[in-house]
Design a protein around this ligand. Structure first.
Ligand code: NDP
Length: 310
């Protein structure tokens, strides 16, 4: 009986992934049939993205695992029809892209780039820029993406504080956890980047109470997920100056509706969920490694803890 792998993602991705998956599975010596159209009860693995439209896994009676092309799995983690292991995407290219995006936006704030790039008002007003060693940057979430960004910022000498659910030890990064740890991290954060997953426990991590802990004028960078921020509270904080500026890549509703106040706010930069994307060349290797593992009876990597939602 052949091993069948269903590709259920945006159709335009199939011609990109199909040759890569074929090549890597060949190289690994794994014999499978790849396709976008199998009878559900014939499928062994689903390569999954939410925009593939698959919602009901109940008919997939011989499924061994679902392998997500996305790092964020909030759209599938609580799917009760899914009873087999769910692996998420941890991809070198995705991580590198996110690190570059976060470091770029931190440097934009740190070096006050907008002041001299977007404002050319004829006023000669030199102002000293502190060194990175005198700037505190806080990363909420120290997983695959948050840790890489924290390490890169620490390598540039920023004072980096990170916060996660469990205790961590990352060289050059002050690692905190717990509710008290969050309060401590935010109370000194001049720039905050959110790289938490969207789960019931992280919803509104930045709310009126936690935003008030920040030093006045702090900057927020959110490439994590929209629900991590209470939008009303952030708009209030922007309007009072408690938050000086926010760069938002992700939103509760995407595309961000044209009449959303974020678009028109002078102290908000909206980017259209482009912080980083899964890179097919490296991501296909991650997918194939999990199929190889499944067929060899080895444990899958990057498994989602469905009770935690990430
Ligand atoms: P990981 O699962 O590797 O890391 C998640 C981190 O968040 C971990 O450090 C985890 O703590 C921490 N965390 C989770 N729940 C809590 C909690 N309740 N309290 C405190 N910390 C918590 O995810 P990734 O780093 O791979 O990705 C992070 C998110 O980035 C994704 O979920 C996705 O939403 C977003 N993303 C956005 C993209 C974009 O283009 N905008 C692209 C890719 C991803 P611990 O380590 O202790 O478990």
């Amino acid at each position: 009986m052949s091993v069948n792998v269903l590709f259920s993602a945006r159709p335009a991705l199939w011609p990109v992934y199909e040759p890569l998956l074929t090549q890597y599975l060949d190289e690994a010596g794994v014999d499978v049939r790849l396709g976008t159209d199998f009878e559900p009860d014939q499928v062994d693995y689903v390569i999954y993205a939410p925009n593939g439209g698959l919602l009901d896994f109940a008919p997939f009676t011989r499924l061994k695992a679902v392998l997500s092309l996305w790092a964020g799995v909030e759209k599938i983690a609580d799917n009760e029809t899914l009873t087999v292991p769910l692996a998420r995407m941890v991809d070198h290219g995705l991580t590198q892209g996110m690190t570059e995006w976060v470091v770029g936006h931190v440097l934009r704030y740190h070096l006050r780039m907008d002041r001299h790039i977007t404002v050319q008002d004829g006023v000669w007003a030199p102002d000293a820029i502190p060194l990175a060693q005198d700037r505190n940057v806080c990363i909420l979430g120290l997983g695959a993406l948050g840790e890489a960004a924290a390490r890169a910022l620490a390598a540039l000498n920023f004072q980096v504080t990170g916060w996660s659910r469990t205790a961590k030890d990352i060289p050059g990064v002050t690692c905190l956890h717990s509710h008290e740890g969050l309060r401590q991290a935010l109370s000194q954060a001049e720039i905050v980047a959110l790289l938490l997953p969207d789960t019931p426990a992280t919803e509104n991590a930045l709310n009126a109470e936690t935003l008030a802990l920040l030093p006045k004028g702090a900057r927020i960078i959110n490439p994590g997920r929209g629900p991590l921020i209470d939008d009303e509270a952030l708009l209030d904080a922007l309007n009072t100056g408690q938050v000086g500026h926010a760069t938002l890549d992700v939103f509760r509703v995407e595309p961000l509706p044209a009449d959303h106040p974020y678009w028109a706010h002078p102290n908000v930069t909206v980017t259209p969920h482009i912080a980083s994307e899964t890179r097919p060349v490296t991501a296909a290797q991650v997918i194939c490694e999990n199929i190889r593992r499944g067929e060899a009876g080895e444990p899958f990597v990057h498994l989602v803890d469905r009770t935690l939602g990430y």
